[in-house]
Design a protein around this ligand. Sequence first.
Ligand SMILES: Nc1ccn([C@@H]2O[C@H](COP(=O)(O)OP(=O)(O)OP(=O)(O)O)[C@@H](O)[C@H]2O)c(=O)n1
Ligand SMILES: C[C@](O)(CO)[C@H](O)COP(=O)(O)O
Length: 397
Amino acid sequence: MTKKIAVVIVAAGSGNRFGDPIPKQYHLLGGKPLLRHCIDSFIRHMPIELIRVVYNPDHQDWYNTAVSGMSLPNPVVGGATRQQSVLNGLKSLESENPDYVLIHDAARPGISDDVITRVVAALANHHGAIPTLPVLDTIKQTDNNGVIDRTVSREQLHRAQTPQGFRYETILDAHRQFEGREFTDDAALLEQLHLDVVCVEGAVTNDKITRRDDIGRARDWLKNDPETKEDTNMIREEFRTGTGFDVHRFAPGDHCILCGVNVPHSARLDGHSDADVGLHTLTDALLGAIGAGDIGQHFPPSDMKWKGAASDQFVHHAVNLIRERGGRIVNVDITLICERPKIGPHTSAMRAKVAEILGIDVERVNVKATTTERLGFTGRAEGIAAQAAVSVALPMT
Ligand SMILES: Nc1ccn([C@@H]2O[C@H](COP(=O)(O)OP(=O)(O)OP(=O)(O)O)[C@@H](O)[C@H]2O)c(=O)n1
Ligand SMILES: C[C@](O)(CO)[C@H](O)COP(=O)(O)O
């Protein structure tokens, strides 16, 4: 009899070890997000209504981009731990009551048809089946100081991958029973219950993306993957450039706000909001990249509500417009043009602040300064000018 098979793809993690503001499951590999690679693989083995993605609603924009054009069931909200996310995903399938369920990490985009087939086939004779790889290195056990106690035999050791397949009711009961206790994979719960879980052959391409370097390895296998070239689900990106220019005059005061940083000076900047000329020009550049006008259209200077306002909110607004379009900021470069105050001592703090506001890595942000050799209004110390250039990647429609 044909078995009803469902899949839970857990994608609610924040990827702390990967260390990027964009969670790793939404990073592009060969033109499409890791999560989409996983979905595209499972769709060949089961009806779309039996695919459940467990996600974090804070990632909504990235999620929408990843599943664009697909009519998947609504995503399930994840929990604080992988285990909690799995339980939420399993519960969401109760009305479907499948025979088998496969539980897969969205961080494993290199899942192959063969691995899925092997896991499912093994479920005919076992409560669970998981793909594994042999351990090839010699394994040492140490004390707390790193001094070797002994060499562990690797003969019976295996590296566990996903998808881990189970009889649905068995794994749901196990997750309910052990809710709150910590396990690093799903098979471990059945081990506690002395139910048999068999290891089947996994795949090197199915290794988990955990740290930043892992993406490079995944790109290498993808280059050799014949399916990729014909893949019609690739989310292709196009790159947009935006520029900004802004000027504010000096007025009596004792500091300027520049790129979100308080810089002591013998004058302040006058104008719209807190007059942060750096963030204003950045906002203009971001809006320019997506064809969304300029800062004055979104936040009219005539509107008194912006008087004295912190300018990071203008940048946040532009960033949200980019995210709504499924885009991401590739890099930004801001130049402050003035004779005084001296900007050099503050550029590190400005870079960090701008990166924080944009939610991107500091390495993608540059802030620099120049003078105009005492020429013109900046040379006469009447005010500060700033210009910015940004690059934004947008999914091609
Ligand atoms: N609360 C959580 C934690 C993890 N996961 C998912 O579980 C899989 C494997 O977890 P891991 O590699 O540890 O991902 P993260 O938790 O995102 O990474 P990190 O531990 O580095 O923060 C990932 O697909 C991740 O999205 C999840 O759905 N819910
Ligand atoms: C489930 C898993 O991917 C199997 O290898 C792994 O245990 C997840 O562990 P992590 O600590 O969440 O990376």
